[in-house]
Ligand binder design. Structure first.
Ligand code: ADP
Length: 295
């Protein structure tokens, strides 16, 4: 099964074109959808999750026409939105049991077994009697995944899942997602490049509603490798460098500013070549798209 998005468009009432002729094919496994805030990631995720309409184009999931047969999609979809409320006074176990019965799992014993298995899977079994209001951010996210996994979904969408998680929680959440990605389509929508580097074997970058790069992270890195140059400068020198070079990123390192520049050849002897990473790909492609916008 794969998810296929073709010529998808969405313009909001205020004139913002949030999805602009989007074409993507997403196979089983972890797929990273990367883009800055406002790129259109949530709009695309909500459309795939059947929570909002597109203006034109098509989405198919296996044989299912996602834009038409919403019920069929909902039966095999797990969606973890950016923010979701929990009932603070309900225990994790009771809440999952309730959602399981809403999903049509009618046998009490079967539900109990399923809920216990899911709580083990997301490492919350010891907290099953605790009220959801007492959960940390990471625990809530893992609870959200348990809820999204009810009903054995074929497609799981997680929108900006690690914002606000501490490094340990984030790590645990990543491990859980990659486990799920072994036999499900998992779309991870994020503005955190590192999350995609660590987790995804397929990805796309979107900006201003358009897909501006797609493929395997390592291949995308290979495309810019050899064109990324670095130099350590004083902050005061930055404007001159911005003027003279295509600076794709700046980072403070030990009190000095390290700049990365995109150039086919060495800009001058003061620059040294760096091994490109996904962050360089991201900033190069976003920079190109933004420049187009300014022309
Ligand atoms: P992302 O998830 O990448 O941050 P969004 O899909 O939330 O991006 O937003 C894409 C663009 O659409 C932004 O310019 C945003 O302001 C706009 N937008 C999002 N939702 C709405 C809406 N309901 N009505 C009008 N504009 C919206």
């Amino acid at each position: 099964m794969e998810l296929r998005i073709e010529h998808l468009n969405k313009t909001y009432g205020n004139g913002v074109k949030a999805i602009n002729d989007c074409n993507l094919t997403i196979p089983r496994g972890m797929f990273g959808l990367l883009g800055p805030n406002g790129a259109g990631k949530s709009s695309l995720m909500r459309t795939i999750a059947t929570l909002q309409e597109a203006d034109s184009g098509s989405i198919t999931l296996g044989d299912i026409d996602v834009l038409k047969d919403k019920d069929a999609v909902r039966r095999i979809l797990g969606y973890l939105p950016q923010e979701f409320g929990v009932y603070p006074k309900v225990s994790a176990e009771n809440m999952l049991d309730h959602v399981a019965s809403l999903k049509g799992i009618n046998q009490r014993a079967e539900r109990k077994e399923l809920v216990a298995a899911l709580l083990h899977r997301v490492n919350l079994y010891d907290k099953r009697k605790s009220n959801l209001g007492t959960f940390s951010g990471g625990m809530k996210q893992r609870f959200g995944i348990a809820q999204a996994l009810l009903g054995n979904p074929q497609l799981i969408i997680v929108d900006e899942p690690t914002a606000g998680l501490d490094p340990t929680e984030r790590n645990r959440f990543h491990n859980l997602l990659s486990e799920i990605g072994e036999n499900t389509i998992v779309i991870l929508s994020t503005h955190i490049v590192e999350d995609v580097t660590n987790l995804c074997n397929d990805m796309a970058i979107i900006c201003l509603g358009q897909v501006i790069a797609k493929g395997h992270p390592a291949e995308l890195v290979r495309e810019v490798n050899g064109s990324i140059w670095s130099k350590s400068i004083h902050k005061a020198e930055l404007p001159a460098h911005l003027e003279a070079h295509r600076v794709i990123s700046t980072q403070l390192k030990g009190g000095k500013t390290e700049i990365h520049v995109f150039s086919e050849s060495q800009p001058d002897a003061s620059f040294h070549a760096v091994n490109a990473d996904l962050e360089d790909v991201y900033f190069t492609r976003i920079g190109e798209r933004m420049e187009l916008e300014l022309v």
